[in-house]
Ligand binder design. Sequence first.
Ligand SMILES: *Cc1c(COP(=O)(O)O)cnc(C)c1O
Length: 407
Amino acid sequence: MTLFYSHAPGRTHAMASPVRPLKRALFSRVPATRIEVDLDAIAANTRVLKQACAPQTSLMAVVKANAYGHGAVHVAQTVLSHGAAWLGVARMAEAVQLRDAGIDVSILVFGNTLPDRAVAAAEHGIRITLTGPETARTIHAAARAAGTVVTAHIKIDTGMGRLGLCPGLDMDRTLADIRSIMQLDHLKIEGIYTHFANADAADKTHARQQLALFSELLDHLDADHLLPRIIHAANSAATLTLPESHLTLVRPGISLYGLCPGPGVDSPQLTPALSLISEITQVKQVPKGFPVSYGSTHVTGRPTVIATVPVGYADGYSRNLSNTAHMLVKGQRARVTGRVCMDFTMIDVSHIPEVGPGDEVVVMGTQGDDTVSADELASLSSTIHYEVTAGLTSRLPVCYRKKEPAP
Ligand SMILES: *Cc1c(COP(=O)(O)O)cnc(C)c1O
């Protein structure tokens, strides 16, 4: 097993920086508070998703938002060597970070792209999303002025209510818009796609309605010989539960990270990849009546051992976890006492023998026989696991674990 450590991946290094020796001294040791990502878990999850599809279906790994907090570059390298062929991101800057790291596969940007950026990105094989004929025309004009061709995928809104042309409101208009986009000779329409709003629900009615509308549109395009080469719809939930939605390419995100997309998906083969680790800074034996943290919302009801952990809401550990969540110390649960601060959180370790400074704390993840899952933290803070991992902030360094490559 190797543990390697990558602070702020993708950031460019100023070679002549006077703080280089300081950085080397600081970062040669694995930092106390950190994200740990198990790249073998990500590799295994990628294989599970690839195997859920027909062999000819391509896998686009969604690595937006710094790979949901897991670190986009190392995740991308891992998924690409275990079955993914494409990468999907939300914003152009995310695509550029991947290219900058030497990753040369096709990348699709899901969000909107300004014309000059679309033209600049086209030279680097970055595909953009077109959401309507107006943006297509402005991007086409910029591409023609620059003497290049921009490769794009057209987005169809079949019921997500977010981005794209709406065949459910007006099929003929949508078809006319697609035809007009396809006539623009400085745009190459390589793909067409839609996105599900409810594929993670147990009831697949809405997902099936979206797919039926998308299929109707595709049939019309096919009849006119206008079907783009790459057709896609499936997020993680649809990849795992709705095989008829796989089409030519699937776009899983959350499941690559080992998290189950939602209540309507059974995914026992997935392994969570991310842990949030810290270590105890200070331990105090305090009497009954001792107030803890801002607002003194917790006052000890008996003699208590309080441990201070250097993780807080500036790391993405939600303040809504105040007085409710647990962390793991020596394999046992220790409850958060008082409010979560920006940089510190206090836990009650009275029931755990011999806790001292430097002891490992698992804030999220497994220690011994117990686990604090992203789901557990999500439900305590009234959100979803997507937000728990994607909400971890860039202050946290990411350490990667993977088995030694075979000699
Ligand atoms: C985020 C996203 C995905 C991945 O969704 P998961 O639920 O994480 O699998 C796929 N497609 C688009 C357009 C997305 O924005």
